[in-house]
Design a protein around this ligand. Structure first.
Ligand SMILES: [Zn+2]
Length: 298
């Protein structure tokens, strides 16, 4: 039954217009020239935030940039975009939950790239092989061990996030034990080592609510740098057996028809997933129209 559903776009954090210029990151002279060019635009990033003014990023000239790790974000319309990791929240710092939906496509892509890179650098200062210090190279897209030269690349952790429907076209939503109030969402979990995303869909649904998925289909993905996830969205089918929450990760899980979900949201018994999440888009793809706007949860 899930074949009917399409993830409605756009996903706020999946937008990008910038050429990452990955083929030129190793050219140190070229990077130095970018930093010496007054037309280059520098974004300050730190503590999960980027410098922003309202609905646009705030850039400074290289001559006004503070010290810090330097990242190459890419090229757009002949202009180079770089970032400085200042290690703390910069002036005007805003999180992706605060500005992710408001930014235009170019700025959204730059912000997600910069924050994801900064999150990785902040926790990989030492070599996982020998414990020595590492230093960034190639525009911040690798760290190199200062003792033995081993290279370490930015990590992204894949996770699956799943909207399950049953034979009566109801959808399965769960309430996490860690969330406040009546927040219900799609179920999700990290892909484990040696596992495909599809295996993770089946395993997570059984582990969290004892529901057996019979088929699933990839719907779309969104980077989720809180701090380092890539959310792989799926629509799946299961028999409409009663879910049994594990009570550790999931406190409550229920099947909803569209009418039941509409009534539950109107009564305040169910708060839908937040604005920039792929969970919200997965639910809307099944629901058939946008969910009510709720600004109480970001
Ligand atoms: Zn090492």
């Amino acid at each position: 039954m899930h074949e009917a559903y399409v993830l409605p776009g756009p996903l706020a954090l999946s937008r990008s217009t910038v050429d990452r210029a990955a083929d030129r990151r190793a050219d140190a002279a070229w990077l130095d020239a970018l930093w010496a060019d007054g037309a280059t635009r520098v974004l300050l990033v730190g503590d999960g935030t980027v410098a922003a003014d309202g609905d646009a990023l705030r850039f400074v000239a290289p001559s006004d940039a503070p010290d810090g790790e330097r990242f190459l974000l890419g090229l757009d319309d002949g202009v180079a975009y770089v970032a400085v990791h200042v290690g703390e929240k910069p002036a005007g710092g805003a999180t992706l939950r605060e500005v992710g939906a408001a930014l235009d496509d170019r700025d959204a892509g730059l912000a997600v790239h910069a924050i994801a890179l900064a999150n990785w650098h902040a926790t990989h200062r030492f070599c996982p092989r020998c414990g020595a210090r590492t230093r960034p190279e190639q525009g911040g897209h690798v760290r190199v061990c200062e003792a033995e030269g081993s290279q370490h690349f930015p990590r992204t952790d894949p996770a699956v996030i799943v909207l399950v429907v049953d034979e009566r076209d109801r959808c399965l939503l769960g309430r996490s034990a860690a969330w406040p109030g009546n927040r219900f969402s799609t179920l999700a979990g990290f892909v484990e080592p040696g596992e495909t995303p599809e295996h993770a869909v089946v395993r997570e649904l059984y582990e969290e609510v004892r529901v057996r998925v019979t088929s699933c289909r990839y719907a779309g993905a969104q980077p989720w740098p809180f701090p380092s996830s890539l959310m792989l969205g799926y629509y799946a089918t299961a028999d409409g057996e009663d879910p049994t929450p594990d009570r550790e990760e999931i406190a409550e899980a229920r099947w909803f028809s569209r009418d039941e979900l509409t009534a539950a949201m109107a009564a305040g018994d169910v708060l839908p997933p937040s604005g920039i999440s792929i969970a919200r888009k997965l639910v809307e793809g099944w629901y058939g129209r946008p969910l009510p706007v709720d600004v109480s949860w970001r």
